[in-house]
Design a protein. Structure first.
Length: 184
């Protein structure tokens, strides 16, 4: 059976949120060929398949022991979600979409009242073809009153495999590229 397709995370293997691995999923007990390799905010199983994330079964099964039954595990954080984004979208992103590993704690980006598609970690070279993504990082840095020279210096230091790292997203509706960043 092929891996499921995720609206908000189109290629979890390319982003390294999932890895090819012959394993038995701790949630469904089925032997699978792809194992989730991203964050889990809940119980920590030995392995989880993408099918159980897609169906929501993993979020239900991995709820933190002792937590109220209505608090499922999640695979990403719902931080700074715009008010116009429906709760169903937030639930799909946090509980039925593979998350991604960041230096600190990655968070999903939103645009056009919807979640954006996560395309993967990025350095300056990967962001350069997407000036809109670079502009989104500039805007974030300006909130903290960074001098323009410091912002440009940091942007040029972005490294897909190092620190600081950017995380590239694309709006599902208008195609705008967005990015967040962090460092260790």
């Amino acid at each position: 059976m092929p891996d499921p397709v995720f609206r908000y995370h189109p290629d979890p293997i390319a982003t390294e949120s999932a890895v090819p691995d012959d394993h038995v999923c701790a949630v469904c007990g089925v032997r699978r060929q792809t194992r989730y390799d991203g964050p889990i905010y809940g119980s920590q199983p030995e392995s989880v398949c993408l099918h159980c994330i897609h169906s929501g079964e993993a979020a239900r099964a991995l709820a933190t022991p002792g937590a109220p039954e209505d608090i499922a595990a999640s695979f990403s954080d719902a931080q700074d979600v715009p008010a116009e984004v429906p709760i169903a979208v937030v639930d799909e992103i946090t509980q039925r979409t593979p998350g991604f590993t960041a230096w600190q704690q990655g968070y999903w980006l939103y645009h056009c009242a919807d979640g954006a598609a996560f395309l993967g970690p990025a350095g300056y070279a990967e962001l350069e073809p997407h000036p809109d993504a670079l502009d989104s990082i500039r805007a974030d840095c300006r909130i903290y009153d960074w001098p323009e020279d410091d912002i440009e210096e940091m942007l040029h230091q972005l490294d897909r495999d190092g620190s600081p790292t950017a995380y590239l997203f694309r709006c599902l509706h208008c195609g705008t590229h967005l990015a967040s960043w962090d460092c260790h």
